[in-house]
Design a protein around this ligand. Structure first.
Ligand code: PAF
Length: 283
């Protein structure tokens, strides 16, 4: 395993590998690695010759400074786990100045409205921060492929839009959500949940399953009201939003149309920990 903190040294190594015809796969992360990340690494290893994992807690995507402070940082442990996962990985762990230069700020993007709904309504500037860091990482690493989890489905669609609009020569690959035994979507934030809340948060998954079942026969409006009601009667979680949206445009739907694909999206708080999840409703 090779670990790089400096982008120029990393670029030199990757240029050599690229010139020898190797396919470079990138798994961008903010560390605090869990099984969900390793499923991305596994997928990347399957379809690339050289996998790069970046570990960088990106300050510009946090709208809440407290959330940034509390974000788990477990670099030593992450490196140990990555070494066990595969001995030939390349790891990139820059600091903010190395990645951004002296001005650690976001670029402003137009993602054609994808950034304005759901997470975008509640996390001001979040997707500009994500777009900025991903564009920087792509410009340094120049991967052929990049791997992202479907748990952050809106982020995945926004990164697809970023590469399309900026004509970046990289294939974006979405990987399925990995879940704990209870059904709770795996997330670095789960480590911060109390034992009780970790158990109770499985309610999100159970509600999504029920949503999928109901969506077959009931309207989006009916299902949405039903979900909001369920959360009102469940004291362990506070619902921030529930939406049924078109999979491509992420626009909330009023009426189902034949041939369209839909997903349900949830954001909820367990104590002060914000959890998100989503599920396809038709295939
Ligand atoms: O999903 C994440 O962990 C982050 O948003 C990402 C894609 C690594 C960008 O910082």
């Amino acid at each position: 395993m090779q670990i790089f903190k400096e982008k120029e040294a990393l670029k030199r190594t990757l240029n050599t590998l690229r010139s020898e015809g190797n396919i470079i796969g990138l798994v961008p992360t903010m560390g605090a690695l869990h099984e969900g990340h390793f499923s991305l690494v596994k997928e990347a290893l399957r379809s690339s010759d050289q996998v790069v994992v970046s570990i960088f807690v990106n300050p510009t995507q946090f709208d809440n400074p407290e959330d940034l402070d509390k974000y788990p940082r477990t670099l030593e442990k992450d490196l140990e786990l990555l070494k066990k996962a595969h001995e030939d990985l390349i790891i990139f762990t820059p600091n903010a100045v190395e990645l951004y230069g002296e001005r650690v700020t976001s670029e402003h993007f137009n993602f054609e409205g994808l950034e304005k709904v759901m997470e975008g309504r509640f996390r001001n500037g979040h997707f500009d921060g994500v777009g900025t860091v991903i564009k920087l990482l792509f410009s340094i690493i120049e991967p052929h492929k990049a791997f992202f989890g479907e748990k952050d489905y809106q982020q995945l669609q926004i990164i697809r839009k970023l590469t399309e609009r900026q004509q970046l020569p990289v294939e974006i690959i979405g990987c399925p959500i990995l879940r704990e035994d209870s059904g709770l979507a795996r997330s670095s934030r789960n480590e911060r949940l109390s034992k009780v809340h970790r158990e109770k948060a499985a309610f999100i998954y159970q509600t999504l399953l029920k949503t999928r079942e109901m969506f077959g026969t009931k309207s989006a409006e009916y299902v949405t009201r039903w979900v909001e009601n369920q959360f009102q009667n469940y004291p362990f979680l506070k619902l921030e939003y529930f939406e049924i949206a078109n999979t491509k445009t992420l626009k909330k739907i009023n009426r189902k149309r034949k041939g369209n694909q839909y997903r349900a999206f949830i954001a909820a708080y367990a104590d002060d920990i914000r959890l998100i999840d989503n599920m396809p409703l038709n295939n």
